[in-house]
Design a protein around this ligand. Sequence first.
Ligand SMILES: [Zn+2]
Length: 103
Amino acid sequence: MSDNVKGYSREDEYFHRKDQELLAKLREKAEAQKAQLEAKNEKKDYWMRCPKCGSVLKEETYGEIVAVDRCPSKACGGIFFDGGELEILLKAKQSLLGRIFGH
Ligand SMILES: [Zn+2]
């Protein structure tokens, strides 16, 4: 245990809550965008197809934070972000790093 490792202070908790609120907002926006896109395109041949190899993409969630569409083909393994998901990932990462290394 080093001196740098300590529990959340009240200030940390405040920022943590703010981050959570922002992430929830971003998540809501991404979900709405996704639902709209799905309604328009889910019956199309290209829906959820990998643009590189044509495999059917699988949706996966990482750390309950960000959802990606992953190509199941071992030779390809492409990962695709829906609109807004990359933003969520970057924000979550920033907030996490900020908490570890201090602002
Ligand atoms: Zn692929």
